[in-house]
Design a binder for this molecule. Sequence first.
Ligand code: E4P
Length: 218
Amino acid sequence: MKFFVDTAEVSEIRALAESGLLDGVTTNPSLIAKSGRPMAEVIKEICDITPGPVSAEVTATDYDGMMREGEHLGRIASNVVIKLPLTEAGLRACKHMVNNGVMVNVTLCFSAAQALLAAKAGATYISPFVGRLDDIGQDGMQLIADTVQIYDNYPALRTEVLVASIRHPIHLIQAAKLGAHVATLPPSVIKSLYKHPLTDKGLETFLADWKKTGQSIL
Ligand code: E4P
């Protein structure tokens, strides 16, 4: 499973890239706004430090506007993935961009029918939002199960399931068990994955016992 980080904070991405576990980055207009910086500058810096795909989202809602913004964003770096909303215009733009060799992440997916449409439009990634579905009392993970099953039924569909709006490690584990290709995780969730109280306690005991021996490995 690939791990993307869902943030526009360059310092956080740099630290995560050093871990060697980061496969890509996703951003959205809200995350760019939170960074307080010009979008093109932020995306360029992220692309320079990220080995894999970096999603940058258009803000136009009409087909022509999406195509223009997509072209502009695509010129920033070769690893930019154009993020398009799951609308009629978005999927039309998706089809056109993919036919021209552009990677596309279709975002704001909340139903299996939408996920099927995005795959038919040739999306590189589909982003179903699990946390936002949970927030309104629906089962976000069921959407991942349905999407993975539908895509598996039709091997000609090459779209990867990119689980988005992840709120905690259980979302990640459930998505991995279902065979989703990618998870995009907030930095706080990535940090929490390392943690287990028995790891801390075990290490403390090992080091205390080692100290008593008076030995040194080097
Ligand atoms: C994904 O591409 C989105 O940027 C993101 O996962 C949305 O997460 P949120 O629902 O926590 O805002």
